[in-house]
Structure formats: C-alpha cells, structure tokens
Design a protein around this ligand. Sequence first.
Ligand code: NAD
Ligand code: DAO
Ligand code: ZN
Ligand code: ZN
Length: 373
Amino acid sequence: MTDMIKSKAAVAWAANQPLSIEEIDVMPPQRGEVRVRIVATGVCHTDAFTLSGDDPEGIFPTVLGHEGGGIVESIGEGVTSVAVGDHVIPLYTPECGECNFCKSGKTNLCQKIRETQGRGLMPDGTTRFYKHGEPIFHYMGCSTFSEYTVLPEISLAKVNPDAPLEEVCLLGCGVTTGMGAVMNTAKVEEGATVAIFGMGGIGLSAVIGAAMAKAGRIIAIDINESKFELARKLGATDFVNPKDYDKPIQDVIVELTDGGVDYSFECIGNVNVMRSALECCHKGWGESVVIGVAGAGQEISTRPFQLVTGRVWRGSAFGGVRGRSELPDYVERYLQGEFALNDFITHTMGLEDINKAFDLMHEGKSIRSVIHF
Ligand code: NAD
Ligand code: DAO
Ligand code: ZN
Ligand code: ZN
C-alpha cells in the first residue's frame, strides 16, 4: 500500500502569474494509475500558451508540464504494463488500444480519457494533487512540473532505461511532434521540397524529420535569424526571414521554388502564417500541415480555390505518433544515433528557476530549457 507523498512542484495558481514553487501532496495511484518520479522535463510553448490564459482548456490552479521523463515510483491496483523502476515518458495523447479511435488504425487521438483529461482530472473525476487540502488540477494528463505525478497506465510509454531521461524527455512532445508530422502525417518523400515555418523546438524537429526523409530542399522560415544556425546544422538548406520582404511570404517561397513546395509545416500557432503555409504549396499536389496551436477563438482562412486546385490542408497532433506502441522505437532510434537531442537543449536549470525558462522562451533565446529535479 502506497501513501501520500510530498512533492516539490511548480504550481500555476492563475493565468499570467509566475509559477510558484510549492511542496504539494501527491496522492497514491488508484486503480489503473501509476505514480512517477519525474527526472527531467522540457518546457514547451504549449505550457506558456496555457499559462497565458489563451488556452480554452486552461484551468487553474494546475501543475503544468507535458514533456517529461521519469521512473515509476508505485503502481495502483490492476496495473500490468509497467512496474516500479521502469523508465517512462508521460503521454498527453494516451493509447488505450480499445476505443474506436485506437481501433480505427487511422489516428493517434485515443479518446478513452479525453473528457476527464480535458477537465484536469484523473479518469475517476478527481485529482491526485493537493495543497493544504485544496485540489490542484492535472494538465494534459501529465503535469511534469512536479517531482512526483500520477498518470493513467495508458498514458505512459515504457522506454529503454539506457536512454538518458534528461534528453529523451524531449520525445514526450516537441521532437516527436515535429519529426512525426514530417514522417507520419505528411510522409515526406526523398527529394521533396519542404518549407518549415517557425524554428522553435517543433520546427527544428521538423527539419530533422525532413533531413531523415532525405528531402531535397528544406526551407527554414523565421523572423528570428538567430535560429538559423541550428536549423542549418540540422539540415535546412534555405533560410527566409519574412521581415526582409515587403510582399506576402507565400509569394516569396513560390518564386524561390518555381511554383511552390511539396510540403509545408506551420510550427508557430499563427493563423496568418497558417494561410501563408498553405498558399506556398505547389498547385495540384502541395500539402500543408498545421502543427502550431492558435489562441482561443481564432480561425484560419484561405480562398477555397486554393483547395479546389489541389492543395491539401491537414493537421497533426503529437506527430501522429501512437505513444505506447511507437514512442519506444523513437527512443531506440535516438540511442542508435539516428538523431541528436542535445542540440535542442539550450538551457538546463532546477525547478526553482522554471520561470526563467519561460522568460528565455518569450525572449526567443532558448530552443528548449530542460528542468532537472
Ligand atoms: P517556440 O516559441 O519555441 O517557436 C516558435 C518559433 O516561431 C520561434 O522561433 C519564433 O521566432 C517563430 N515565429 C514567431 N512568429 C513568426 C512569424 N510570424 N513568422 C515566422 N516565424 C515566427 O514554440 P515551439 O515550442 O516550437 O511550439 C511551436 C507551436 O507548436 C506552438 O504553437 C505550440 O503550442 C505548438 N505545438 C503543437 C503540438 C502538436 O501536437 N500539434 C505539439 C507541441 C507544440
Ligand atoms: O483528442 O481531442 C483530442 C485532443 C488531443 C490533444 C492533442 C493536442 C495536440 C496539440 C496540443 C499541443 C501539445 C503540446
Ligand atoms: Zn509540447
Ligand atoms: Zn484509445
């Protein structure tokens, strides 16, 4: 029988407030649940988005964080697929294997616990986090900004313990999202011309995916040119700063590519850029993938004729990757040296400095800050 445990956590008490480092109470895992000691977690733009108050699902107080790596501390009744001591990556997109979505074979968007997860709760409708007896909500089913967190068993990918959790935590969101969007969602083929908008953690991972797919030309687009050095190292071949032009950036890219790109990826969350990303695609076959998450209530638009004439607009969540069955293989590929993760880690810090990680992101100075517990 496991007990309540005291845990250091960064609590978001309200939107737009700095996170507060607190000692919270983390309840024992219930049936089908697992308590995990988080070893490291990345800070993703989506955490900042929710903290900003723009996320329609944002709910406070909460423990943010969804890009973690940890070790199973204890398991609840009925848990069979992980054991104490296993190394795991929390999944904001679970994989139950039983729901219609999982069984469809067409999507990674398992819906088994969607409703409660969206309300910041565990599947039984309650929370495992408390401070002075008051409940604190979970976030994206992960809450990795806490030394200890509780997740449903279906929200954990068991990974090779040889992999450093301080690096493979990035496979819990950013790197998998970008690589997966290129390789799974778009299925970029050898020789293709690709445009990637936004060179943050997601866009740079899309660059890696495009390089692994042997794309012929990889166009990196960002308004912060300091991002281009790493983009070049990872395989980008062309660099475009929209601020250098006084015409729509889609026109610039169409000219640069003699008619448009085969694939484009929006990795920012800006609805105007989403339009540019679609419209820089080649007539007849170009495909654009929306990865960025736009603010509540925002809408995308284009002239329908863009689609009538063969361009395709689609979206991708977590790179289309099924976390439990496919993420362990990403870890193996990382261990085999197919791609590097340390390039992304521009800053490391303890939990007490986590607000600095948000500042660095807003100042455009970091790719990923990784918090070590
Ligand atoms: P980030 O803030 O690190 O990177 C964004 C980049 O876009 C920055 O380099 C910035 O300079 C650049 N940028 C901003 N405005 C621009 C413009 N108008 N034109 C060109 N470049 C511009 O963010 P990130 O962590 O890489 O996340 C990117 C987006 O992906 C966010 O919206 C995040 O919420 C979303 N996201 C989606 C998924 C998913 O599964 N779909 C997963 C994770 C993150
Ligand atoms: O199934 O309706 C659903 C929600 C799935 C959540 C996928 C979220 C992907 C985008 C959010 C950014 C993740 C960091
Ligand atoms: Zn993320
Ligand atoms: Zn499912």
